[in-house]
Design a protein around this ligand. Structure first.
Ligand code: UDP
Length: 470
């Protein structure tokens, strides 16, 4: 091993581009600003051509290794994604051990950093005396939820939606049980047992890096720093989000946006998997039409069963536009554009004509909106999105919330009201001002004296100090 080699970090992303992208941004930052090199270990079961070409396009100091394929013949194909993930992570333990041991032989390996669901792999690094940190791809409030839920789980037995009082996480808004992470909503499920097991594992990390920044969550980030004797040290190192440079504009959305006035268009998209019911698709369509505002809508085939149906049906052959009300596209040709399934989101958000983002509040989408200074309308669907929506509306104040009926449906009149208010109303001006302030704060957090840069430097120093080849 050459002392001239850069110190090396092994990353392990959870499946999905939404996890890989922020982790890759973190790796790039460590390579370019802190003189590290890196290897990505990836789960072959979830590899895709998009992922492979993304990994091979990274900085030359970042390489990748695919872990061996994990046979899953004993798991029913209908099993929830969490159960499949649980099996892949635990069956990969020996392979991760081999990969880390071999990296230790060939590089100056100073840290192992899995993300979100990878806590079960931390003991392997411990065994090999490799410093082991987690990267939390969501925000500080969600991390506090991960750190505190196991105690609530022990202390209560009812379903969380029936809790008489909201959950009080330090430094956060009171969190009603109905807004908890999706996976814990059925306490008897194996998926819930697994995620609580993952949450408990956070305490065996030597540090936790979070993809958020102090100004976005002042209360939660202070609480994480203050209660440090209760859990590993936490570093707020974000926001890490995509540049969008690689995005392809298959449907010419950007040409259409070029023709629209400044700040006039509402962009509507529900992440990589979000899906509405048939009825909700209809209400949203009529509501947009009634608002009289311009819109660019990424339309998915509806599903009445699963709010994340598109995750598993990306190859769907049906044309989503067929599910829109009769004549909708024609009637709205002057003001609206609809595209099937996917748009170059970062480029759309960065466009001068975009004035708002109706979003499912996935954390990557949220950070992309903040980085481009675009105010939001919250439309949470799954995962931790209801918690994110709460923080965006009632915490940092960069979004408006449509009021849903008891059964969850947002009616067309409500859609029209909230859309008009965001693009053209007084409350829209307030959230716009706040998101512009936050956009500045995000830039400054990553600048040389910024809070996120300093926090990452602290973590990097710790890894460097453990480098025996220094
Ligand atoms: N995305 C995109 N075009 C689309 C929909 C989504 O580029 O039409 C990207 C978006 O920019 C973001 C990611 O997919 O980077 C979605 O991540 P997020 O965490 O918001 O939601 P998830 O897909 O994990 O639910």
């Amino acid at each position: 091993k050459l002392t001239t080699q850069f110190p090396h970090i092994a990353f392990l992303p959870s499946p999905g581009m939404g996890h890989l992208i922020p982790l890759a941004e973190l790796a790039k930052r460590l390579v370019c600003h802190h003189c590290f090199s890196a290897t990505f270990l990836t789960f072959t079961n979830f590899s895709s051509p998009t992922q492979s070409s993304f990994l091979s396009s990274l900085h030359p100091s970042i390489s990748s290794i695919s872990l061996p394929f994990i046979p899953l013949d004993d798991i029913p194909t209908s099993a929830r994604i969490e159960i499949i993930l649980a099996a892949i992570v635990s069956r990969s333990v020996p392979h991760v051990r081999d990969a880390l041991a071999s990296l230790k032989q060939t590089t100056r390996l100073v840290a192992f950093v899995p993300d979100l669901f990878g806590t079960e792999l931390l003991p392997v690094a411990k065994e090999l005396s490799i410093p082991h940190f987690m990267f939390f791809t969501s925000n500080c409030m969600a991390l506090l939820f991960f750190l505190h839920l196991p105690s609530l789980h022990m202390a209560t037995t009812c379903e969380y939606r029936d809790l008489p009082e909201p959950f009080l996480l330090p430094g956060c808004l009171p969190l009603p049980g109905k807004d908890f992470l999706d996976t814990v909503m059925d306490r008897k499920s194996d998926a819930c047992a697994w995620i609580v097991h993952v949450m408990k594992g956070y305490n065996s990390a030597q540090g936790i890096l979070v993809n958020s920044f102090e100004k976005m969550e002042p209360g939660a980030s202070k609480a994480l720093k203050n209660e440090k004797e209760k859990h590993p040290p936490v570093y707020m190192v974000g926001p890490f989000s995509r540049s969008g440079l690689d995005e392809v504009d298959k449907f010419h959305c950007l040409d259409w946006l070029d023709q629209q006035p400044k700040n006039s268009v509402l962009f509507i998209s529900f992440g990589s998997g979000g899906t509405l019911s048939i009825k909700q698709t209809t209400e949203l369509a009529f509501g947009l039409e009634a608002s009289g505002q311009r819109f660019l809508w990424v339309v998915r085939c509806p599903s009445d069963k699963d709010k994340s149906a598109a995750f598993f049906n990306m190859q769907i052959s049906d044309n989503p536009l067929n599910y829109l009300p009769d004549g909708f596209v024609k009637r709205n040709a002057d003001l609206g554009m609809v595209v099937p399934s996917w748009a170059p989101q970062v480029k759309v958000l960065a466009h001068m004509a975009t004035g708002g983002f109706l979003s499912h509040c996935g954390w990557n989408s949220t950070l992309e909106s903040v980085s481009q200074g675009v105010p939001m309308i919250t439309w949470p669907l799954y995962a931790e999105q209801r918690m994110n929506a709460l923080m965006l509306v009632d915490g940092v104040g960069i979004a408006l919330r449509p009021v849903a009926r008891e059964d969850g449906l947002v009616e067309r009149g409500e859609v029209a009201t909230v859309v008009k208010e965001l693009i053209d109303g007084e409350r829209g001006k307030v959230v716009l001002r706040k998101v512009k302030e936050l956009q500045e704060a995000a830039i400054s957090a990553l600048s040389p004296q910024g809070s996120s840069h300093l926090d990452l430097t602290k973590a990097a120093d710790q890894w460097m100090n453990s480098d025996p080849w220094r």
